[in-house]
Design a protein around this ligand. Structure first.
Ligand SMILES: NC(=O)c1ccc[n+]([C@@H]2O[C@H](COP(=O)([O-])OP(=O)(O)OC[C@H]3O[C@@H](n4cnc5c(N)ncnc54)[C@H](O)[C@@H]3O)[C@@H](O)[C@H]2O)c1
Length: 253
């Protein structure tokens, strides 16, 4: 069977673990050569080593997406090395701890970091990589959250802004035939969720789903594969929920 991403380059942010690692594996299995990035050097090294040991092609770069200079330098380097870039997955995000709990006391300094990573970095990356994405008639996928539809936390607000950013980016980059979509996952079983969310909160949120299922990173990866593939050539400017019907009941911290 033909692999959907043979001879294609796929760049994934936040690839040190969790959803980013699941995307990396899924796209590699479909033939993609990977460019992986994260601020977590050790995690990124581990993901890269695992993928290489399975025979997949990948390179990795440590970048702090909260620092505009680092993003700029990274995109210049990538455009030079890859004149064509097929897919950019903006998966990195700050999702846990204070960004998802306290709202009333968050300082401006923190707001700006949260917005920088969750909302603005996806745009800065697409701006910097635009030439290579345009050359490939590429695809940008922003990883939002069901929390964006019930934005009761700083996290939810930054992800709601990411949905708006997706709309803006789809308009701005459409003239280059770059498609821009977002996925809004429900609660998915990643290490970070297990570490950061109490079992009781996880159970309560999961119990809001219409379907009695455990969401896994693979559920999101499968949707990402479709949206990034040629089968979705007529889809842009969409944010697609993948949450087993959870959002309708209302996410809350
Ligand atoms: N797991 C879920 O249930 C769920 C649900 C909805 C949305 N999401 C979104 O999916 C994405 C991945 O989530 P996850 O559960 O795998 O969490 P995760 O914490 O394992 O992954 C996020 C990654 O982003 C990286 N990152 C954070 N700040 C960074 C920075 N300044 N520069 C570069 N990289 C940075 C982290 O190091 C980490 O590897 C996030 O955007 C999250 O908001 C997750």
């Amino acid at each position: 069977m033909t692999k959907r991403f043979s001879n294609r380059i796929v760049l994934i942010t936040g690839a040190a673990g969790g959803m980013g690692k699941a995307f990396a594996k899924s796209f590699a299995e479909e033939g993609a050569a990977l460019v992986l990035t994260d601020v977590d050097e050790a995690g990124l090294e581990q993901t890269t080593a695992e993928l290489k040991s399975q025979g997949f092609t990948c390179s990795s770069y440590v970048v702090d997406l909260a620092v505009a200079r680092e993003v700029k330098d990274f995109t210049v380097q990538i455009c030079k090395r890859y004149p064509e870039l097929d897919v950019l997955i903006n998966n990195a995000g700050l999702a846990y701890g204070e960004v998802a709990t306290g709202l009333v006391d968050i300082s401006q300094e923190k707001w700006l970091i949260y917005l920088s990573v969750n909302t603005v970095a996806p745009l800065l990356l697409a701006q910097g990589l635009r030439t290579s994405l345009a050359a490939a008639k590429g695809v940008v996928l922003n990883i939002s959250s069901m929390a964006s539809y019930v934005p009761g936390t700083a996290y939810g607000v930054t992800k709601a802004a990411l949905n708006a950013m997706t709309f803006a980016m789809a308009g701005a980059f459409g003239s280059d035939n770059i498609r821009v979509n977002a996925i809004a996952p429900g609660v998915m079983e990643t290490e970070a969720v297990k570490m950061q969310m109490s079992a009781a909160t996880h159970m309560r949120i999961q119990a809001q789903q219409m379907l009695n299922l455990n969401g896994t990173p693979d559920d999101i990866a499968k949707l990402a594969l479709f949206l990034a593939s040629d089968d979705a050539r007529f889809i842009t400017n969409e944010t697609i929920l993948c949450d087993a019907g959870n959002r309708i009941r209302g996410w809350r911290p």
